[in-house]
Design a protein around this ligand. Structure first.
Ligand code: FAD
Length: 318
């Protein structure tokens, strides 16, 4: 299989989803190749980073490609794929990826699946897993029409081997003027924290009681060098912003430490954090399902445990 990953970048930084796509590409390519495509202006530095995880990196560089533009991206991608034929194209399930993927799939005469969390390739058949009905069910879709374009959920394929391939500079340029042009980027007001990239997460559930108690979790997170996230009721109550929600209708996280405070462990939540390296749960109900996924559990009141933990950590750190 030739598996292509479309890298994503903004403001001089590669989005980490680019590497996650390549980890997935390497795990499904079989005897084929993992190939990144980087589009932009002056992107040689990005190509050097990507090539550590790809057999090939195709560089498409032009002044007009400085900012993301779907018309120009599709134009140059189709020029590349007319010569270098993909079997699978992986794109991040980001706002950019969600715009590009169906457009690209139609132009390639292939198929598309979005928000994919698992891909399996055997005997040249591609099966993908995704949630449906707002996460109530997971389905496996057998894709019969290649090439297929898949948007991949961020945070699911965080690890993968180094590959060290080759960088190929193409002379591909946009062949026509875009129907739309880039005006300006407006930064969202919230969203300064990306929980899917955090190493330490202190997650709070309804057991935290109310918004005024969030500061307790924030103090603990600060000492541990982590960030605060929440279960859906916490987000729905407006105690934390939406981009801090962990779970099926929130984000998938895989930190080194996931501290669950007052979270029952409903499957919609657990799906988003079960692959964390170390899960510690505090819940006053010893029967709470969260203890089924936690590596260590404390069946106690979080308002007793957390202040003790903060005190002890402060002592240790001097
Ligand atoms: C379509 C759909 C999508 C959903 N998506 C998500 C999602 O993405 N993320 C998500 O989280 N949920 C999601 N949910 C909701 C999910 O089903 C649960 O309702 C939710 O996860 C429960 O959140 P919670 O554990 O914070 O609250 P609860 O289930 O109410 O649990 C609170 C826990 O706190 C404990 N507790 C209370 N006081 C204390 C205390 N002082 N000390 C210690 N423990 C205490 C209690 O024993 C209890 O176990 C979704 C539901 C649906 C239907």
């Amino acid at each position: 299989m030739r598996v292509f990953a479309i890298a994503e970048h903004r403001f001089g930084e590669l989005n980490s989803i680019s590497f996650e796509l390549l980890h997935l590409a390497n795990s499904i390519k079989g005897s084929g190749t993992s190939e990144a495509v980087i589009i932009g202006r002056d992107v040689a530095g990005f190509a050097r980073e990507l090539v550590r995880h790809a057999d090939k990196v195709w560089v498409i560089s032009d002044e007009s490609l400085e900012n993301y533009n779907p018309d120009l991206y599709i134009d140059v991608l189709l020029q590349l794929f007319r010569i270098e034929t993909p079997d699978i194209v992986l794109i991040g399930h980001t706002s950019q990826g969600c715009e590009l993927a169906p457009y690209l799939a139609v132009k390639l005469g292939g198929s598309v699946a979005t928000d994919v969390v698992g891909v399996n390739v055997s005997n040249d058949a591609v099966t993908v897993s995704r949630y449906i009905f707002q996460g109530k069910l997971m389905v496996d879709l057998k894709i019969t029409k290649l090439p297929c374009v898949l948007t991949i959920r961020q945070g699911v394929f965080k690890e993968g081997p180094e590959v060290n391939g080759e960088v190929i500079n193409t002379d591909i340029k946009p062949s026509r003027s875009p129907a739309r042009s880039f005006v300006k980027f407006i930064k969202p007001e919230v969203g300064e924290v990306d929980i899917s990239q955090a190493d330490v997460i202190v997650a709070v559930g309804r057991g935290i009681g109310d918004a005024s108690n969030i500061k307790l979790a924030e103090e603990l997170a600060q000492i541990l060098g982590g960030v605060v996230a929440g279960s859906r009721p916490v987000i729905d109550s407006g105690w934390l912003p939406k981009d801090r929600q962990v779970g099926i209708s929130g984000k998938t996280v895989k930190p080194k430490l996931y501290l669950a405070l007052g979270i029952s462990g409903a499957f919609q939540h657990v799906i988003g954090m079960k692959d964390s390296d170390l899960i510690i749960a505090v819940n006053k109900d010893p029967e709470a399902p969260i203890f089924g996924v936690a590596h260590y559990g404390i069946a106690s009141d979080l308002f007793e445990i957390v202040p003790l933990l903060i005190k002890k950590l402060k002592e240790i750190r001097g």
